[in-house]
Write a protein that binds this ligand. Structure first.
Ligand code: ADP
Ligand code: ADP
Ligand code: ZN
Length: 214
């Protein structure tokens, strides 16, 4: 089973993807995470991507599609993929079709997380994650069970993203509307889009997604 999680920044894609990995043994393919790893490692891709990401613009279709290609090559066909934050343009959606065919895979669901944009700024500016394992948290909505200690790995180090400022978030939302939302009609024609209310509690959203996959 291969699925796309679609929604503006802060909609909850990464949070829900982490749950799907735990509950269904699927694999999360987040181009944002891959790019941040490249930035941290100082690879040529990372050096190119850093300023673009800090500005909330999109990295080129070729770069992100090559990252996805490499991951699909490395993982077995039997493991389901969760595309998180990819595709983000019509060009990437076309490239994904080519990659899926190349790797003998096909898309089962496109799940769109519907959210109220006003809530997203609060979600993004309160977002932080474990510096060791990447588990996601929120200042108000999802604190670790023991303050200052990661639920998943016990680490006491956390980090925030440099692009999670109010100004950049507003720009990223505009980019979502102009570049990413237009890929939905193409998937709708194929009859594989399901909308989920992303404004509920994290567990409720997970329940709605589980019902689609069941
Ligand atoms: P995305 O990957 O779509 O950008 P995240 O999954 O990182 O979004 O979520 C953004 C922030 O909002 C995180 O801090 C996360 O803990 C929090 N969050 C995610 N889903 C919900 C929800 N349903 N209700 C409240 N907060 C949420
Ligand atoms: P969010 O879900 O909060 O918007 P991501 O972690 O998915 O954030 O992406 C962070 C940044 O990485 C984006 O603003 C963009 O600069 C870059 N990026 C991630 N995925 C893509 C993609 N598929 N195409 C182009 N740029 C991307
Ligand atoms: Zn951790």
């Amino acid at each position: 089973m291969d699925i796309i999680l679609l929604g503006p920044p802060g909609a909850g894609k990464g949070t829900q993807a982490q749950r799907l990995v735990e509950h269904h043994g699927m694999r999360q393919l987040s181009t944002g995470d891959m790019l941040r790893a490249a930035v941290k490692a100082g690879t040529p891709v990372g050096i190119k991507a850093k300023a673009i990401m800090d500005a909330g613009e999109l990295v080129s279709d070729e770069i992100v599609s090559e990252l996805i290609d490499a991951e699909l090559t490395a993982m077995g066909k039997e493991t389901g993929a969760i595309f998180d934050g990819y595709p983000r343009t019509e060009g990437q959606a076309e490239m994904l079709d080519g990659l899926l065919a190349k790797h003998g895979r096909s898309l089962d669901h496109v799940i769109e997380l519907e959210v109220n944009e006003d809530a997203l700024v609060e979600r993004i500016t309160g977002r932080f994650s474990c510096a060791n394992c990447g588990a996601g948290y929120h200042d108000t909505f999802k604190q670790p069970k023991v303050e200052g200690v990661c639920d998943e790995c016990g680490s006491t180090e956390f980090k925030r993203r440099p692009d999670d400022t109010e100004e950049t978030v507003r720009h990223r939302m505009q980019v979502y509307r102009s570049e990413t939302a237009p890929i939905l009609p193409g998937y709708e024609k194929r009859g594989i889009v399901t909308r989920v209310d992303g404004m509920g509690a994290i567990d409720e959203v997970t329940g709605a997604i589980d019902a689609i996959l069941a």
